[in-house]
Every structure is written in C-alpha cells, then in structure tokens.
Design a protein around this ligand. Sequence first.
Ligand code: PLP
Length: 392
Amino acid sequence: MKLAQRVRILAESATLAVSAKAARMKSEGIDVISFGAGEPDFDTPEPIKQAAVTALLDGQTKYGKPASGLPAAKRAVCEKLARENRLRYTPNQVIITSGGKMAINLAMQALIDPGDEVVIPAPYWVSYPEIAKLVGGVPIVVMGTEERDYKLTPGELHRVLTPRTKMFVHTSPSNPSGVTYSPDETRALGEVLQEHDLFVLSDEIYDRLVFDGQAFESYAAIGERAFAQTITINALSKSYAMTGWRLGYAAGPAEVINAMAKLQSQFTSGTVTFNQYALIEALTGDQQPVEAMRREFQRRAYFMHQRLAALPGVRCPKPTGAFYCFPNVSGTYARLGVSGSIEFSDLLLEEARVAVVPGIAFGMDGHVRMSFAAGMEELRAGLDRIEKWLAR
Ligand SMILES: Cc1ncc(COP(=O)(O)O)c(C=O)c1O
C-alpha cells in the first residue's frame, strides 16, 4: 500500500510513546500523576451547557447556515474582539470553525503555496510545523534565547525573514512555555513584520489566561498595517474549558476569510449548529467563571514554578499565561545518564510515576512541558515525587 506523500512527510508524534505508556500504567492500576494534559481540568460553565441544550431541544439540528458560521455567532465574536482585544472586525471578517486547530489549518490552506516559508518561533505548539508541511509550506524554526524566556527580539526576527516568507506564526501566551509578550514587545515585533509583505497568524487561544495583571495585546491591534496582515485565531477550548466542544474562530481580511469559508464548505460544512449557541452564550454572557479559572491557574503557576526553580539542574521561565511550565532539565541529563527529553520523560515515568511531555515535541530537547491543569494536591504530590527522584 502506498500512502500519499503528504501523510508520509508528517512526523509521528514524539509525545505519543510516553503518553501511551502512562495510559497503560494507569490502566494497570499504577498510581501515575500526569502533568501531560493540554486541557483545563475544570468543567464547562453551566449557562454555556444550558445554551447548547436549549438550542438542541429547539431543533437547531440542521446544517448551520452559512457554513462559515451563524450570523449571531459571528456577531458574538466581533463583540468579544472589540470588548477585550480592541479589534474592530465586522461579521464578514469572521469564520466559526471546529476548534482553533481547524482555524489554523484553514488559514494555512488558504495562504500557503508549496515552497512558501512559514516562520515559527521555538518552542512552538506541536501542530504548526506539521500543518505548514501538510500544505506544502517550509517551516522555518527560529530559536529565541533562554535569557529572554524565548521571546524573539526584533533583530532575531529580522534575520530570519526572507522574500519567500509568507507567514509568521505568533503565539502569546505560549504553549508550551507559558510566556507572554508584553504590549511593547508585541509592538517591537510589529515594527519588523509590518515592513514585510507577509501574513501574521496570531494564535490568541490563551488570551484570557494571563497572570499577575500583565496586559495582553493582540497583534492585530498594534496598527493598521498589522490589522490588515493578520489572521487572529482564537477558540473557546482553553478559556472556557470547552476542549471537547470543538469551537474556534478566526478573524482577518474578508478575502482571506472568504477563502477559508470556501475550504470549510468542502471540508466540514461548518461547526456543529447547536454548539454555536453555546459560543454565543460563552462570549456574550457572564465572564466570571473565566476569571475564576484564570485566578486558579495563576495560583498553580506560581506554586509549580517556585517548586521547579528550586530543583537542582533545573531552570524554568516564569509562566505569565496559559497553564504550562517549560523547565530546562538538561542540567540533570548527565547525572541521570539520559541523552534527551524523551529518555528523561520515560525514566521519570518509569521511576517516579510522573508523566510529562518531552520538549522535543515543541522543538527543544533540553526541556519538558508540565501542565498545571490539575488540582493543587496532585501538583504538590507530583512535584514531591520529582524532587525526591532528582535528589536520590
Ligand atoms: C497554542 C494552541 N493553539 C491551538 C490549539 C488548538 O486548540 P483547539 O483544541 O481549539 O483546536 C492549542 C491546543 O492545544 C494550542 O495550545
């Protein structure tokens, strides 16, 4: 059997082996503490669930029309982006998608031709390079420095852009590092990016989960040129604890959004109709549950970061958003006799029964990703295990 080239070039997930092993151990009754989750441990707020149930019982069970999203759902997105992000989009500049991942897929499908370069800062969310490759693009990975918590400087960015660069992927707050660009840092990148004829894919899926009063700046909000060159990506998955609902959206120039809508009409015919009523409730209803979750993540972020920073051979940028710590654990490799993040994670799981995600999946083999989307007791117990394991 000969599978298509586009599938053959896709990387096997480097995280798969460790997470499969953790799942196997758990199913055998072994007490594994998992810091692997990429989703909130909270449940979706009740009024959001109720909105979907009401829509379902009302018979909102046909294809959503148009396939690009219900007009009311698009208006809710415009309202959210204006209220929270200072972004003045109109409904024809918005598409509702099946999760943030689908929005990113559609944007790359709509914009990237074979050979086009897609610049992706590391550490990156696992799927960007793979989606870029799927559409024939060439991922260009650019490393920030540890001193700057991996945030790119304008100089570093300038050096990597070429006439072939079609897209720059900006993610703030970041999965996996949890770091957030300040408004000034965002504007500094913008000074370089606005000089170039390229698109910016601004993945703002963690925009509500920012800690300690740090201001969040949407890339498209920094200026007119930035607004015109940006596809703003967001989803309800993380902020509203709705990963299983598959609700995301993108906003950008009408021509790009129309192209994405055309693709979506052929791929999925749009997002689940009654779920779009849940999106409307989430984005326009009471925002208090989001704030409660944010506060709890903030409390956990500091706890986990403090504990990690105290471990010998471990350095960790302080997370200012999302729900991940991304410690550099390479200082422990020689003593543990491991050569990279997969071996480290495997040994940690085997000996201390703690599951983490190897950093190689995010482009950095000296690191691991640890999610704090888990209760405080679990965090404490897992970190105790790691501390004891490293001290032996
Ligand atoms: C940075 C980032 N973008 C996009 C996604 C995809 O989100 P969704 O579950 O809405 O498809 C994730 C999920 O892990 C993410 O971390």
